[in-house]
Design a protein around this ligand. Structure first.
Ligand code: GLC
Ligand code: CA
Length: 532
């Protein structure tokens, strides 16, 4: 197998380092803590860890506001701890990617400090300044719950600066060639240190042009290709993963002809998985995948259910959003911006069959799955915490004080109530073969034995009931039939004649000759055609 394409078969695991494991009792998760827990991650059979930003930062946006691109924040450790982590992970065949925030810095970054101090500073042009806030009018405001404009007034130098996110995150000016080179150096720095690639934060917004929505502009793609070129020539196994909340056609531009991003999150698919569950009808999943262009051979979708942000509902209609809010966010404090600030298990009312069903989709639809830390044990959230912090609480390791996360005082309030660490923790689940952890581990394990999941084609199979989603994943000689029941009633699925035959049930290892399948409510079936 060509190792350069490792990401096509990989299972990813997203971590908030601060919340994962504290090694020194200061209440903050850190690099050594994660290194201690690599066994756990290896147990889950994960191939690649994505660590959320660990750069020095004033934490006005949980580290997505970077004050220094060339260091890690003290609370996480030293660069040497990161090197030790990378070495220990690589020894286990686990790769590590990091966040690369290109679009903006923190307002505490020295570049911005110098830029705002003086209009004649050499750094002035590192950011986007304007005499008027009427430029680029109509461009959408992403953090609309808090920000009312993409321009912020700077009192001292009497100009506005541009920011797509919080006003404490001024946008870098990519029209300045010096900025372009600065960021290439950042890329080179981390890859030289041993990092295996980047989840590229908000690559959509690098350039601004009047009369456009300032998103995914040709200039932006040209620059992103420069980064890819650097990677291909100097670090050929490293990857770039695009975080761009766009429709499939725009998204696929981020792959270009296989010379831009290796991977991109399939943002429109994610809410449709939840919508399908809410409606007991998988039609939205089928539609969006039929609308998804074929991507170059060396590219891959990243699919996910939840992450550290709100469950974004930007990519659905107003009616669909209303329906999803009613179903999955019945209380007003569960809503943030255009999304839902809850974790997976609470969204699904902790209903085990639904949690397994939705994970079965994550592991069998085309793309590489990304698991959000804690979702493999069905962790809950803490809605008392502001913004998106409620889904970034400490990993619940065991029943000892503070969930075994820290010997000190955790940096934040933990999850309380039904989902607290007495009820939900990794140790208890590891000890119980019937736990969610083991159910997911089994799916991951099977997935990794079959390349059809990561690399194969998908063919949807007509069914006798609209609540059934059936598809064949095929790669070379391998043919796997995947069937899901989105309904709360038992059903029977009659296989079209061409699909009837001898199968190995991958989840139970049984051989079965099937003409039809009995499907329990919310059940999932992975069947491999025998003898092929
Ligand atoms: C991305 C991140 C989000 C962050 C934003 C600004 O959307 O996922 O957490 O706030 O970029 O950097
Ligand atoms: Ca610590």
């Amino acid at each position: 197998m060509n190792n350069k394409l490792w990401y096509k078969d990989a299972v990813f695991y997203q971590i908030s380092l601060r919340a994962f494991k504290d090694s020194n009792g200061d209440g903050h998760g850190d690099l050594r803590g994660l290194t201690e827990k690599l066994d756990y991650i290896q147990n889950l059979d994960v191939d690649c860890i994505w660590i959320m930003p660990i750069y020095p930062s004033p934490l006005r946006d949980d580290g997505y506001d970077i004050a220094d691109y060339y260091d890690v924040s003290d609370e996480y450790g030293k660069l040497d701890d990161l090197k030790a982590l990378v070495t220990a992970a690589h020894a286990r065949d686990i790769r590590i990617i990091m966040d690369l925030v290109l679009n903006h810095t923190s307002d505490q970054h020295l570049w911005f400090q110098k830029s705002r101090a003086d209009k004649n500073s050499a750094y002035r042009d590192y950011y986007v300044w304007s005499d008027t806030d009427k430029k680029y009018e109509g461009v959408r405001i992403i953090f609309g719950d808090i920000e009312k404009s993409n321009w912020a007034w700077d009192e001292k130098t009497q100009q506005y600066y541009w920011h797509r996110f919080f006003s404490s995150q001024p946008d870098l000016n990519f029209d300045n060639p010096v900025v372009q080179d600065e960021m290439l150096n950042v890329v080179r720095f981390w890859l030289t240190l041993g990092i295996d690639g980047f989840r590229v934060d908000a690559p959509t917004y690098l350039f601004e042009r009047e009369g456009t929505n300032c998103e995914s502009l040709p200039e932006t793609h040209t620059y992103l290709k420069r980064i890819r070129h650097l990677i291909d020539s100097e670090f050929p196994e490293a990857i770039m993963l695009a975080e761009s909340n766009q429709w499939p056609k725009e998204l696929s531009q981020y792959f270009s002809s296989g010379d831009e991003f290796h991977m991109a999150f399939h943002f429109p698919l994610m809410p449709r998985i939840f919508l399908s569950l809410a409606q007991n009808n998988p039609a939205p999943i089928i539609e969006i995948l039929k609308d998804t262009p074929k991507i170059p051979e060396n590219c891959q979708w990243a699919i996910f259910l939840r992450n550290h942000d709100e469950l974004s509902l930007e990519m659905v209609t107003d009616e669909e959003r209303e329906l999803m809010w009613r179903e999955f966010a019945p209380e007003p404090q569960m809503i943030l911006n255009l999304g839902i600030r809850r974790r997976l298990a609470p969204i699904l009312n902790n209903k085990r069959s639904k949690i397994e069903l939705i994970n079965s989709l994550l592991f069998t639809l085309p793309g590489s799955p990304i698991i959000y830390y804690g979702d493999e044990i069905g962790m809950g959230d803490n809605l008392n915490l502001p913004d998106r912090n409620g889904v970034r609480t400490p990993m619940q390791w065991n029943t000892s004080p503070n969930a075994g996360f820290t010997n000190g005082t955790p940096f934040t309030e933990m999850v309380k109530g039904d989902y607290d660490f007495q009820h939900v923790n990794a140790e208890t689940q590891l000890a119980n073969p019937d736990s969610l952890f083991h159910a997911l581990h089994r799916m991951i394990h099977i997935r990794k034995e079959h390349h059809a999941f990561g690399r194969g084609t998908i063919r949807f199979i007509e069914s006798n009931d609209p609540g059934i989603l059936a598809y064949a994943r095929e790669y070379g000689e391998e043919k796997i039939l995947v069937v899901h029941n989105f309904g709360d009633a038992a059903k029977s699925f009659i296989l079209p004649a061409e699909y009837q035959g001898e199968y190995i049930n991958l989840l139970s290892d049984e051989m079965q000759n099937i003409q039809s399948l009995n499907l329990n409510p919310y059940s999932y079936h992975w069947m491999k055609l025998h003898g092929k």
